[in-house]
Design a protein around this ligand. Structure first.
Ligand code: KE4
Length: 425
C-alpha cells in the first residue's frame, strides 16, 4: 500500500481518527486524508511528493503564503532568545499595540492560544460584565468547540452531522439560544422575548463555517441596534474573517462596531494565537484588573507574538488586499466560466481572500439553503480537483482561502483542473 495509507493506519492506532482536528479527516468528502510533508508559498507537498495548489492555507492563517520569509525570519530570531518565559515580554506589547491600532473598536486586547479560547473567554467576559447567562448564536455558525457553542454549530460539527455534541450538559446547552443566520425578524422576536436575559449575541459577521454566507443588507446593523436596545454585548467572532476579508476585518467591510471581537488564525502567522478585545469598559472586567478570570500558560508566547507581528506587517503593506481580491476574482471568474462551459449549475462569492463555492443557481443566504444535492456534487468535485493537484476544503461546509502567493500560473492551473473536473461530474 501507499506511504500515505500506511501513515494513516499508524496514525489511527494512536490518535483518534488519525487526526488532531476532525475536519482534517476527509469525513466530509470521503477517502483518506493526505499527510503533508512541507509547504511553501501557495503549495503543499504530501509525503509521497505530490504537489497541490492550497486553498485551505491552514484554514486561514497562511494569507501571506506558507513559509513566508518575513514570518520565518522573525521566528528564527525569537527562538534564540528562549521559547517561553511565563512572564510579560516586549513582543506581547508590540502585537497588542498593532492590533489596537488596526481595529478601531479595540481599546484593549488579551492574547490566548486558539480561536476557541478567544470566543470562550469573550462569552465569559460578556456574562460577567452583564450579570446575565443566556447567549444567542446562529445556526451553522461555528465559534470553536467550547461547550456553549456546540449547539447547531457549523464547520466540523456540520461536516460530521453531529446535531450538537454528546458531553455538553443540557444545563449548559439550554443557555445557548439559536436562530437562523440572516433572519432579523426571528432574532428580533427572540430578543423581545428574552433580551433582558441575554448577555451576548455572538456572530460570524460573514459566516465561513457553513460554506461562505454574507450578511444580508441591514442584518448586522439590526443586530447592533438590538444589542443597544437590550444591553447585550455584541461579539463579532472574526477568528476567520479578521485580517482575511479586509485589513480591518468584516467590521470594516460593513462599518459596524462590535463591543468585543475575537481573533485567531492570521494573527498568529501560523503559530497558536487567539485574541479577544474591545471596549476598555468591558475589557477591564478581565483579571487581574477585573473579576472575570481568564488565564493561559503560553498566552502571549514570544515566538507566536513574533510570528503574529511579522504577519501584521506583511498584510499592512499598501495594496495587499486589493491584490488579494484581484486573485480571488480571477479564480472565481475562471471557476464560474468552467462550470458554465460544462453545463454545471454552480455559483460563487468572495470577499477579500475568502471565497465560497456553491453547486446551486445562487450562493446560499442561510444554512437551510445549503442542499444535500449540492454537498454530494461538491464531494465529487473535491476529489476530481485533488487528483489534478488542487487542494480545496475537504468539506462543503467550509470556505476557501487564497494567499498573496497564489500567482496567475497557479490560479490558471486551478481553472484548467476545474474545466476538466466539472466535465467529469
Ligand atoms: P480554533 O480553536 O480552531 O483556533 O478556532 C475556532 C474557531 C472560532 N471561530 C471561527 C469563526 C472559526 O472558524 C474557528 C475555527 N475554524 C475551523 C475551520 N472552519 C478550524 C479548522 C478545524 O477545526 O480544524
Amino acid at each position: 500500500m501507499s506511504k500515505n495509507h500506511d501513515l494513516f493506519e499508524k496514525a489511527q492506532q494512536v490518535i483518534p481518527g488519525g487526526v488532531n482536528s476532525p475536519v482534517r479527516a476527509f469525513k466530509g468528502v470521503g477517502g483518506e486524508p493526505l499527510f503533508i510533508s512541507h509547504a511553501k508559498g501557495a503549495e503543499m507537498f504530501d509525503v509521497e511528493g505530490n504537489s497541490y495548489v492550497d486553498y485551505i492555507g491552514s484554514w486561514g492563517p497562511m494569507i501571506a503564503g506558507h513559509g513566508n520569509e518575513a514570518v520565518l525570519k522573525a521566528v528564527h530570531a525569537a527562538v534564540d532568545n528562549g521559547l517561553s518565559f511565563g512572564a510579560p515580554a516586549p513582543a506581547e506589547v508590540t502585537l497588542a499595540e498593532k492590533i489596537c491600532q488596526m481595529i478601531p473598536s479595540i481599546d484593549k486586547v488579551r492574547m490566548v492560544n486558539s480561536g476557541t479560547e478567544a470566543t470562550m473567554s469573550a462569552i465569559r467576559l460578556a456574562r460577567g460584565f452583564t450579570g446575565r447567562n443566556k447567549i444567542i448564536k446562529f445556526e451553522g455558525c461555528y465559534h470553536g468547540h467550547a461547550d456553549s457553542f456546540l449547539v447547531k454549530a457549523g464547520s466540523g460539527v456540520l461536516t460530521l452531522g453531529i446535531p450538537g455534541s454528546p458531553g455538553v450538559p443540557d444545563a449548559v446547552a439550554d443557555l445557548t439560544l439559536t436562530v437562523p443566520f440572516n433572519d432579523l425578524d426571528q432574532l428580533s422576536e427572540l430578543m423581545k422575548a428574552c433580551g433582558d436575559d441575554v448577555a451576548a449575541i455572538i456572530v460570524e459577521p460573514i459566516a465561513g463555517n457553513m460554506n461562505m454566507i454574507e450578511p444580508l443588507p441591514g442584518y448586522l446593523q439590526g443586530m447592533r441596534d438590538l444589542c443597544d436596545e437590550y444591553g447585550s454585548v455584541l461579539i463579532f467572532d472574526e477568528v476567520m474573517t479578521g485580517f482575511r476579508v479586509a485589513l480591518g476585518g468584516a467590521q470594516a467591510v460593513y462599518d459596524i462596531t462590535p463591543d468585543l471581537t475575537t481573533f485567531g488564525k492570521v494573527i498568529g502567522g501560523g503559530l497558536p494565537v487567539g485574541a479577544f478585545g474591545g471596549r476598555e469598559e468591558i475589557m477591564n472586567y478581565i483579571a487581574p484588573v477585573g473579576p472575570v478570570y481568564q488565564a493561559g500558560t503560553l498566552s502571549g508566547n514570544p515566538l507566536a507574538m513574533a510570528a503574529g507581528y511579522a504577519m501584521m506587517k506583511e498584510i499592512s503593506v499598501d495594496g495587499f488586499y486589493q491584490d488579494l481580491a484581484g486573485k480571488s476574482e480571477r479564480l472565481i471568474q475562471g471557476l464560474q466560466q468552467a462550470a458554465d462551459d460544462a453545463g454545471v449549475t454552480f455559483s460563487t462569492r468572495f470577499i477579500g481572500g475568502m471565497f465560497g463555492l456553491f453547486f446551486s443557481e445562487q450562493p446560499a443566504n442561510s444554512f437551510d439553503e445549503l442542499t444535500s444535492e449540492g454537498e454530494a456534487l461538491y464531494k465529487k468535485f473535491f476529489h476530481e480537483m485533488l487528483n489534478r493537484g488542487v487542494y480545496l476544503a475537504p468539506s462543503a461546509y467550509e470556505a476557501g482561502f487564497i494567499s498573496s502567493k497564489h500567482d496567475d500560473a497557479l490560479i490558471d492551473l486551478t481553472i484548467k483542473a476545474a474545466q476538466e473536473s466539472f466535465k467529469a461530474l
